[in-house]
Every structure is written in C-alpha cells, then in structure tokens.
Design a binder for this molecule. Structure first.
Ligand SMILES: NC(=O)c1ccc[n+]([C@@H]2O[C@H](COP(=O)([O-])OP(=O)(O)OC[C@H]3O[C@@H](n4cnc5c(N)ncnc54)[C@H](O)[C@@H]3O)[C@@H](O)[C@H]2O)c1
Length: 374
C-alpha cells in the first residue's frame, strides 16, 4: 500500500513510518516541521534514508491535503498540537478542524481509502473511572475535573462524594468520555468527526486512544509534557526529577513500539473499523516510581523534587483498560525499564541534548498553565 502519515516527522509517526517501510509499504509523510519539536525545515535523515517521501505542509491547509492524498491507499492522521499552553484555538484548528478537512477533501474527490487511523488520546477520559475504597458496594464513579480551589490548597485527590475518602482509580474502558482540557476536547472532536464521517461516507476509520507514549526520538525540545523526556533531561543534567502535585499520580505508560504494533494491526484488521480503542501500557505506575526508575537507570542517586505545583487541566489518575484491543490479539509487550534504557541511550547520543524543562515551566507559569499552591 501507499500510506500517508501526517505528523510523520514526529515521534510516533516516524516509528510507524519505519515499521511500514519494513513491511514493504510505500510511505509519504506530510509534516509542517513545527517548533519546538523541529528547529528547521529539514526532514529527519532517518526517514529520507529509508526512502520515505517527505512533503512539507500544514494539515490546516486544504492544498496540503490535496497534494498529499494523491495516490494513497491509507492515512494515519497523527499531526497534532499538544500539551497545556493557552492558545486554545490552535488545538481545535490543528486537531479537530484538520480532521474534518481530511474527510471533506476525500469526499469532494470521491477518493476511497482502505483505512484512516486517527490518533486520539487517553486524555478524552479526563479523570477516568474511580471507586471509593471505603464504600465498596457503591457504583464506579466518573468524576468531573478537580476544583481550582482544592488544587490551590494542595488537595490533590478526588474525594468520595459520600464519605470524603480519597478515590482510587479503576481501569477505564472506552464506553464513556469526559474531556476536560482543550487538547482532550480537540482530540475527542477529532475522533468523533472521523468516526462519524468515516461511517457516513464509507471510509473505514479507526481511532486509537494512546496512553502516554515513550521511546527514542521523542523530542526533548518539547518539555511541556512527557514524563520520560522531562525526567531524563533533568537527571542527565544533574538535577532532581521534578514531579508536579505530590508525585502519587498514576498512569499506564506505553512504549512507542507497542503503539506502532497497534497502529499496524488496525490498518489491516477490519474488525477494528468504526471503533475507538484504548492503547495503554497495562501497568499502573506512579510518578515517584517512574522518577526512581529514571534515576537508577541513569546511575544517579537523588530523590524526586516534589514541586507542589500543578498543571491546569491535568488529571489526578488515569489508567486505560486494553481489553477491547486485546480481543483483536494485541497486548503491550515492552517493559518500562527497557523503555527508559532505550530513551536514555538515545538522548545522550543527541548532540543538542540539554535541559529545556526550566524554560518550559517558566513559560507555563507565565501563562497560568502551571500554578503554585497557596
Ligand atoms: N506522545 C504521546 O504521549 C501521545 C499520547 C496520546 C496521543 N498522542 C497523539 O499521537 C500523535 C503523535 O504524537 P507524537 O508524540 O508523535 O507528537 P510529535 O510532536 O512528536 O509529532 C507531531 C508531528 O506533527 C507535526 N505537526 C504539528 N502541527 C502540524 C500541522 N499543523 N501540520 C502538519 N504537521 C504538523 C509536528 O511537526 C510533528 O512532527 C498526536 O496526534 C498526539 O495527539 C500522543
């Protein structure tokens, strides 16, 4: 097949491009090479060397889609605006409107594709699913976002509405979403538009809700989010890993290689069409545990710095259940220590590797995207 990957010069897109080339597909990348991930207008050599056709263009631009779609059989739409900054409209223009534009162009041209795969995110769940450990008979809870007043007072946990005990996260399935920041809402809009238009116009579409993805080639220039790149930048430069809130938040981090296998699976498996799937790491890890892992892997000795600051719109805990994608034969395989080792080896080999986290935090504080407790 000839496969178009938007955002293919980025982290997940480039791994997907390599895997497709390895399987004999032709790959075209459409990417605007946006900062901070990219610093110039040159496509990465590791794509050009593998024979990937690289096209400079913006997914918000109709002409870019018109050219990039010529002759392709399938599309991965991975280009996106991410993180926690306050230019809210950019999230929707880049993530949601571009997706509608993709289908608009396909329908106008009468172009049929064998698959469109859109990159959604675990962020669509907001706080996900919880249970109260003190009220075991009670139903699962799907709380809304934490109140600003509680966060400003450093009260991080979500309280049980009946007894006030801190709620415990459960594994969240795909059935209900509750996005509560601009990125999450724009990603929900993206997958909803893609699945609806795909169904209506007979364009087989799949949405994948990745948990937090980690691995080599995840740009350290973007230090607004991404636990491994943030911890690695600090630890390898002699600074303690900085944890927001109290560091007890849990997530299910996943290797980019497991994500790539999920991407390839849904390209070929027709049972996936018309659905959104979680793609998670399958293990529960706290920020503090992650910090210890990075410190040990770097051969350092230091305690995490618990900053007590919080990112506005962040979730307390979230864990994605992989049950639906496992029914199609996929499961995560790569352990977290291997992910950390791979990233650290890659990062130290980069000539321009340095700590961008202080700059990123300063900018987030200035914009009110990162806040200190009272
Ligand atoms: N990395 C994660 O943890 C994670 C988690 C959940 C979902 N996702 C989703 O996966 C996808 C890929 O993420 P990633 O981590 O590889 O990001 P990345 O930042 O490494 O890559 C994104 C690429 O998109 C390109 N891009 C940005 N805006 C563009 C535009 N307007 N037009 C064309 N290209 C543009 C960038 O230049 C970059 O190369 C995104 O859709 C993201 O929302 C990522």
């Amino acid at each position: 097949m000839k496969v178009l990957i938007t955002g293919g010069a980025g982290f997940i897109g480039s791994h997907t491009a390599h895997a497709l080339v390895d399987r004999g597909h032709e790959v075209r990348v459409l990417d605007a090479l946006r900062p901070p991930v990219h610093t110039g207008q040159k496509f990465p050599g590791h794509l050009l060397d593998r024979g990937v056709e690289c096209v400079l263009g913006d997914v918000r631009n109709r002409d870019a889609w018109e050219k990039a779609l010529d002759g392709v059989d399938a599309v991965y739409h991975l280009a996106a605006y991410q993180d926690y900054l306050t230019d809210f409209s950019t999230f929707f223009a880049t993530n949601t409107v571009s997706t509608a534009l993709l289908y608009e162009v396909l329908v106008a041209r009468g172009q049929t594709l064998s698959r469109v795969v859109v990159a959604s995110s675990q962020a669509v769940y907001g706080e996900g699913t919880y249970r109260c450990p003190a009220c075991p008979q009670a139903d699962v809870l799907r709380p809304g976002p934490r109140s600003r007043d509680r966060l400003d007072r450093g009260l991080w946990d979500l309280p049980c509405p009946s007894c006030g005990t801190a709620l415990e996260p459960e594994w969240t399935d795909e059935s209900q979403t509750r996005p509560h920041n601009s990125y999450a809402l724009s990603k929900y809009g993206e997958e909803a538009a893609a699945l609806m238009l795909g169904e209506r116009y007979g364009i087989p579409t799949v949405a994948l809700r990745y948990s937090i993805v980690q691995g080599a080639r995840q740009s350290f220039r973007n230090a607004y989010s991404g636990i491994l790149r943030i911890f690695a930048q600090r630890v390898l430069n002699g600074a303690a890993p900085l944890a927001y809130e109290d560091g007890h938040q849990v997530r299910d981090y996943i290797s980019v290689h497991d994500v790539t296998r999920a991407n390839l699976l849904v390209l070929a498996d027709d049972r996936a069409v018309g659905q959104a799937f979680n793609v998670g790491g399958g293990r529960r890890v706290s920020i503090r545990e992650y910090a210890d892992l990075v410190v040990r892997a770097a051969g350092a000795e230091m305690e995490p710095w618990i900053s007590g600051s919080y990112r506005v719109g962040d979730t307390r805990h979230v864990l994605s259940s992989n049950a639906a994608l496992e029914r199609l034969g996929w499961r995560p395989r790569v352990g977290l220590p291997a992910v950390v080792d791979e990233y650290l080896s890659w990062a130290v080999a980069q000539p321009d590797f340095k700590d961008f986290t202080t700059e990123a935090d300063d900018q987030m504080y200035a914009l009110g995207a990162l806040r200190r407790t009272r």
